[in-house]
Design a protein. Sequence first.
Length: 259
Amino acid sequence: MTRPALFDTHLHIIDPAHPLVENNGYLPDPFTAADYLARVADLNVVGGAVVSGSFQAFDQGYLRDALTALNQEGRRFVGVTQIPASTTDAEILDLDAAGVKAVRFNLKRGGSAGLDDLADLARRVHDLAGWHTELYVDARELPELEPTLVSLPAVSIDHLGMHRDGTPALLRLVERGVKVKATGFGRVELDPAEVIGQIMAIDPTALMVGTDLPSTRAKRPFEDADLDLIAQAVTDAVGEEYVDAVFRTNAEAFSLLLP
């Protein structure tokens, strides 16, 4: 089958040449840029977002090297990093020049700046470099965060919010302009097709697609069929003509790769 061009909004590169930080007793196996490209060779990947994990904390070396390795042959990859609130403006602008386009708050696993820094840091990186803010968070925690998140200029939520009980809060945020990644189906406790349909009914520009490779700590790893599920759910909800945007251009625009 011919797959739509994919901007993979959520992947991890785990390069043993760079330091890793044990998180809750866990250290991941290596998954290099070469490993990633081999795994997605049949998925028509044209770019994506390399996301810093809890086990990488504030290390930027792996991310710089990963972006250099991936951004070959016309591919367009960006970085989603974790930085402390003490990061200087000059350091943020240097990361931006290296291809980083978002800051991540890992509220589920740690390794990132904390909630106390969320609003100020999110606004600072957006004002300075146009970055958005990404949250790895159980959607059941979103009601408490909702007033803050709707006040921020650009926000995305990982893995469809992860839990069905948080979906109402997630959808309220979609109504207010928050974006959502359809990723990590091996770690969610919800019906992905149902939530995808609900998001598309509210805002077809809100949904973005990713593999979550190599699916660290997920109950099951990413499967190619996950992309087929997304394409079918989008088609059923709003029509086949929206599939290309969900798979590529929604994310490219959000990642500052489109005007």
